[in-house]
Design a binder for this molecule. Structure first.
Ligand code: NAD
Length: 434
């Protein structure tokens, strides 16, 4: 019987992905270019930061269950490691390609720099269809990919994490394979692994908690009292449902949420805990939930609220929707939910957009905590993780906010200015090795 990949636990934390366009590298570069211009970046540094530092392509032979050998193509791109070891997920998908992996690797460099974790950016991928592979085939492919990358990966060199179609189990196999070659257990070689192998407390909630933290920081800047704030959240999965729950716990009134089955509205506030329970007991969606009025996806995005959290998928807010957004603050829990043409309209209408690169960086921040704990061999409590996460996210938000004011740009551009500025300053201090 063909093995279906989703019998594994789903990955909770996935590394971020940029807007999935025909040319993702170009999409990433558009923002880099604006930041480089504002920073008057030295042309030599521009050239250096534009290119990945290293690109690894490998053939991965796997003995399939039929006994035949199939050869998969695998990639690992290290975009930059000026600030520290490179960090980034590994994706398994039939349409993974080198251009996409390069873009995602660069994106990780900027994302780590925004939240001030001492990592560079990387990304990996294997061209395969996991839904057509047995657990044994997936394990053999993962182990051979790891063995082929043995000189690339390492706790001080390059640290993989889960991404599309990879999860805790796959991280555990990478950890084990790497450790077998190293002749010692190296749990800091990957993040996003099971707690029993050195994973971190608080990882499951990390991205939603980060969304809540930057939302509160933005409300403070805008003099909105959380107890007066009305919130709408698109998407009720890992990021959206946890962000909704935590914002409600902070006193906000969550008036609308949605998932793939549509929107749910209650002007007096929804019972998010009850809705999360409902989702757990009813096959993963809100379909049939009775404590709310049904609304459309568009009605949710343009609902009368103060905070809008798009936390479902990319390209949700187009120019038409942007014209009608009533929220004062948009917090991008998802990657790339706002289309570029909508960005300008929102700016003109005075809507503050906390960009994905900052708003959903809670996950990568707790990945950093996981690596720190593994290297210390000392594990933090959930309270420690939550407190440190909130501290780092608030600091990052305040720095991006100040940068935006200083250069009179949007928070999105400010985040890139801050990130490119940090990496290029490190490069300047280190100098170019002859
Ligand atoms: P998930 O699969 O757990 O949840 C996605 C939710 O969106 C589900 O409730 C689904 O029903 C809903 N949805 C799908 N299509 C929709 C539509 N058209 N309208 C309304 N709702 C819709 O995913 P997640 O992990 O919560 O990730 C959500 C977004 O956040 C993605 O863009 C992801 O890349 C990004 N992100 C996630 C993490 C993380 O740690 N999970 C980290 C960074 C970024």
């Amino acid at each position: 019987m063909p093995f279906k990949y989703d019998v594994y636990d789903r990955s909770i934390y996935r590394e971020p992905a940029p807007i999935d366009r025909d040319n993702p590298f170009q999409a990433m570069m558009e923002r880099f270019d604006i930041a480089a211009e504002i920073l008057e970046l030295n042309p030599g540094f521009y050239e250096y930061l534009y290119r990945p530092a290293r690109v690894h392509i490998t053939s991965i032979p796997v003995v399939m269950d039929t006994g035949h050998i199939k050869v998969f193509e695998g990639y690992r791109v290290i975009h930059n490691d000026v600030l520290g070891p490179s960090k980034g997920g590994i994706r398994y998908a039939p349409d993974v390609n080198l251009n996409e992996v390069k873009a995602l690797a660069a994106w990780m460099t900027w994302k780590c720099a925004v939240v001030d974790v001492p990592f560079g950016g990387a990304k990996g991928g294997v061209v395969c269809d996991p839904s057509e592979m047995s657990p044994g085939e997936l394990e053999r492919m993962t182990r051979r990919y790891t063995a082929n990358m043995i000189d690339v990966f390492g706790p001080d060199r390059d640290i993989p994490a889960p991404d599309m179609n990879t999860n805790e189990q796959i991280m555990a196999w990478i950890l084990d394979t790497y450790s077998m070659h190293a002749r010692r257990t190296e749990n800091a070689v990957v993040t996003g692994k099971p707690i029993g192998l050195g994973g971190s407390q608080g990882r499951v909630e990390a991205t939603g908690r980060g969304v809540m933290t930057v939302s509160l920081a933005a409300m403070e800047q805008e003099n909105i009292d959380p107890s007066d704030a009305r919130v709408a959240v698109q998407g009720f999965g890992n990021v959206g449902s946890i962000a909704a729950q935590l914002l409600q716990e902070q006193g906000c009134t969550v008036v609308a949420v949605s998932d793939v089955t549509g929107g749910y509205y209650n002007t007096d506030g929804l019972d998010i805990a009850a809705m999360r329970e409902f989702v757990k007991s009813s096959g993963g969606t809100l379909d049939g939930y009775a404590g709310a009025d049904k609304i459309s996806n568009e009605e949710l995005l343009t609902a009368d609220c103060d905070i809008l959290v798009p936390a479902a998928k990319e390209d949700q807010i187009d120019a038409d929707i942007a014209e009608n957004v009533q929220a004062k603050i948009i917090v991008e829990g998802a990657n790339g939910p706002t289309m570029p043409e909508a960005d300008d309209i929102l700016n003109e209408n005075g809507v503050i957009v906390i960009p994905d690169i900052l708003a959903n960086a809670g996950g990568v921040t707790v990945s950093y905590f996981e690596w720190v704990q593994d290297r210390q061999g000392y594990f933090w409590t959930r309270d420690d993780v939550e407190e440190r996460l909130e501290q780092m996210m608030t600091t990052a938000f305040n720095r991006v906010y100040e940068t935006a004011q200083k250069h009179d740009v949007s928070l999105r551009i400010a985040a890139y200015v801050m990130a490119v500025g940090k990496v290029s300053e490190a490069l300047r201090l280190r100098g170019i090795y002859a």
